[in-house]
Design a protein around this ligand. Structure first.
Ligand code: ADP
Ligand code: ZN
Ligand code: ZN
Length: 730
């Protein structure tokens, strides 16, 4: 140790600066390795500013500093983030070129980030008293009596009640006040109070093969499980998790934002027989912190969560599952732009546990890893339980009249479906009445003043809304350019489709599901439940592509296929194929065969013909060959420098200087400055610089040298800039 340098605590703080900060121990304190991974409150900046940070190193100060200040408070007696998780965060900070303090902040639920203590995670259950058992048969029917009878079969813990009996607390308190039930603390690790469990079906040969891969050997391995909706992927997850639980270990299941439904949780719960913790954006901060703490203490056994759940501590890890691994919601699009699937792989490797990636439509990245032999690969070809795959047909729209976006053949198919007492889904990934308002006399169209984008027509044709910045305007009475009265909404969004379907099928039950009608996750479930099993029509956006099972749904009509066929984004084809397969998977989940109709003006487009002839595997093979030829991911590695500012000139000069500073090195190319896909958005000019490399190593070495120079640029202060490693939208 260099003579004379004081021992300090190196603290990662949640601020957008790359370095960590040195602090002395508190006045009367002693420094030791036990500080590592604990949160501290420290003075920061001038005046009496304070921050909560994490001690990430304990050692001699980097230099003979005279201005070191002591920490104000130590907030944890035991390390909060240590071992594998802290190492994985360090790795991620390096990989995404983000400050470690920001990664720590991303990993911690808000209350912990703010310095609050780890919450109490005791599990409580309810059971009947002697008096309650006697009273269960007497009295009036109703909620309290039903709860009482439920508890007669055995105690039930509160997470089970939350999931199975929403709104149970009030009636339960009344029972408690009458001395009929009592609240007990139960051991979360071997819960006696788990409620009924459901038996597991015998695995199919494909499922057995997947499970055998997971059982074979020890330590890290990755398995890509490819199977259409209904092919039995979730059954594989459940069996694999059950095996891990039997060894006393924990499982983490990542699901896309849209896939975490109460049904999913209930299914996991009843099959696994242990409390299943959830973590998603719909939960209150306190609940997230509790789930995090329960996992950190090893009490929580199974966590099902969306993107940020990948940062949960797993001291007794046994398995990580990533469902719908191709889903774009795994990529964080602001702050630290991490990809939860990729971090799941990094963590599984560090933890020495298997990782299971499931999808009907795997990302080309994962497929390529499987083809190269880095991942195991099992395909579940058939639908489990005997359901047949849907029949997919293309409806050629050329020279056929469209009525508000639907052709006559589609309308007739919907009519037949309703007559049979079944349900139809009309899928359109565009909300609003119409995507464009056009003047038929001069060609003027309504555009947003602050974005490079058309305004969408809403409210039955009365209002204009920009979907990118939220700007609103009334629809003009006459064309602002030529004063013509011939303004016409072009094309159809969900709102117009709903209106047209209501006119054509006036007696049918009709339900529209998009961001306007359905803001909350549970609203979607309620909505869908209200449709019941009777005949009816669902109209909606991507929100309908997943979630709630609709066993009576036998027809899917897809509107607006063509928009995805001709897009500048190199991932557009992959995304469209994934979406089409996903939506098609909604048809005929039960015994009835389903039908899928794709409306298009381009029936001969290679993507559609390939999809129809060979399904997703054929499209993926085609796309992989194209990517290889064009040197795009997964055959190349990208990083994107984005910048935005009020003025185009500021963006340009920053990106140009950035390009000049970028030292050419073997195998790494910088392209640009180029305009962003939307060069103006919400009044800001936007541009970007794209870095490409055949190998990751040189790209990251280049970024490491480049970023400090970028931060020092004067022009960097006149823009908002960010670096996106492995961007998914260019
Ligand atoms: P996925 O997750 O691929 O959509 P699921 O695991 O949900 O598929 O399975 C679809 C349906 O088939 C479910 O109702 C499930 O219970 C049933 N199922 C799955 N595996 C089997 C099996 N081995 N035997 C019988 N039914 C099965
Ligand atoms: Zn005009
Ligand atoms: Zn706008």
């Amino acid at each position: 140790m260099p003579e004379g340098l004081p021992t300090v605590l190196r603290v990662a703080l949640p601020i957008p600066l790359p370095q960590c900060f040195d602090y002395l121990p508190p006045k009367d304190g002693r420094i030791g390795p036990d500080w590592l991974g604990c949160r501290v409150r420290v003075p920061f900046g001038r005046g009496d500013g304070e921050r909560v940070g994490l001690v990430v190193d304990v050692g001699p100060a980097g230099h003979q500093a005279t201005d070191l200040r002591p920490v104000l408070d130590r907030l944890d007696a035991e390390p909060l983030l240590a071992g594998e998780l802290l190492d994985s965060l360090r790795w991620a900070a390096g990989y995404y070129h983000a400050p470690l303090g920001e990664l720590v902040a991303t990993a911690l639920p808000a209350p912990l980030r703010a310095g609050q203590p780890l919450p109490d995670t005791a599990v409580h259950a309810w059971q009947t008293t002697t008096g309650g058992r006697a009273a269960a048969d007497a009295g009036r029917d109703g909620r309290p009596r039903r709860l009482l009878r439920l508890l007669l079969a055995g105690p039930r813990d509160e997470t089970w009640l939350d999931q199975a009996e929403p709104g149970w607390r009030e009636p339960m308190r009344r029972l408690q006040a009458r001395g009929l039930v009592e609240r007990i603390r139960c051991d979360p690790v071997s819960p006696a109070a788990s409620g009924p469990t459901a038996p597991a079906p015998e695995p199919t040969p494909g499922q057995a093969e997947a499970l055998a891969v997971l059982r074979a050997g020890e330590g890290f391995r990755a398995l890509l499980l490819e199977g259409v909706t209904g092919s039995g992927k979730t059954e594989v997850y459940l069996r694999a998790i059950a095996e891990v639980l039997a060894q006393g270990r924990q499982a983490l299941v990542l699901v896309p934002e849209i896939g975490l439904t109460p049904q999913t949780l209930a299914r996991f719960r009843t099959r696994l027989g242990v409390p299943v913790l959830a973590m998603h954006s719909g939960l209150a901060d306190g609940e997230r912190a509790r789930a995090w703490a329960a996992m950190a203490r090893g009490e929580g056994r199974v966590l099902v969560g969306t993107r940020s759940a990948v940062f949960c501590p797993l001291p007794r890890a046994g398995l990580i599952v990533v469902d719908e691994e191709h889903d774009a919601s795994y990529k964080q699009q602001d702050g630290v732009r991490y990809h939860a699937r990729d971090l799941a792989l990094v963590r599984a490797r560090a933890l020495g546990v298997p990782v299971l990636l499931g999808s009907a439509t795997p990302s080309l990245e994962s497929l390529q890893n499987a083809l190269a032999g880095r991942y195991g690969h099992v395909r579940l070809a058939q639908r489990a339980g005997g359901a047949r795959p849907p029949v997919v047909r293309v409806l050629d729209l050329r020279r056929r009249p469209l009525r508000d976006g639907l052709c006559e053949e589609a309308l007739q198919a919907i009519g037949t479906c309703l007559e049979r007492g079944e349900q139809a889904l009309v899928f359109r990934n565009r909300r609003g009445y119409a995507p464009v308002l056009l003047c038929h006399d001069c060609g003027w169209s309504a555009r947003c003043a602050r974005c490079d984008s058309a305004m969408t027509v809403h409210a039955g044709g009365r209002r204009l809304v920009c979907h990118h910045c939220g700007a609103r305007a009334p629809v003009p009475n006459a064309c602002p350019d030529c004063a013509s009265l011939g303004l016409q909404p072009q094309g159809a969004g969900t709102e117009r489709l709903e209106q047209a379907l209501a006119e054509r099928f006036p007696t049918a039950r009709l339900l529209r599901v998009d961001r306007e009608t359905t803001r909350r996750r549970d609203a979607l479930e309620k909505h869908l439940a209200s449709l019941g099993n009777g005949p009816g029509i669902l109209v909606g956006t991507q929100m309908l592509a997943k979630g709630h099972d609709l066993p009576n749904l036998s027809l899917v009509v897809v509107v607006g296929v063509d928009e995805g066929l001709y897009s500048a984004d190199f991932r557009a084809g992959e995304k469209l194929a994934q979406l089409l397969i996903q939506v098609a998977g909604r048809a005929g989940r039960a015994s009835k065969p389903g039908q899928v109709l794709l409306q298009t003006h381009h029936p001969g487009h290679p993507l559609l013909t390939t999809l129809l002839a060979g399904g997703y595997p054929a499209v993926a093979a085609l796309a992989l060959a194209e990517r290889e030829a064009a040197h795009f991911p997964p055959f190349a590695h990208l990083a994107l420098l984005r910048a935005e500012a009020d003025h185009e000139a500021a963006v340009q000069s920053f990106l140009q200087e950035a390009h000049r500073l970028f030292e050419a090195r073997e195998g790494v190319i910088a392209n640009g400055p180029m305009p962003a896909p939307m060069p103006r958005r919400a009044g800001k000019a936007r541009g970007q610089l794209l870095l490409e490399a055949a190998r990751r190593g040189p790209l990251h070495a280049a970024l490491r040298d480049w970023l400090p120079a970028l931060r020092a640029l004067k022009s960097a202060r006149r823009v908002r800039w960010s670096l996106d490693v492995d961007p998914i939208d260019l």
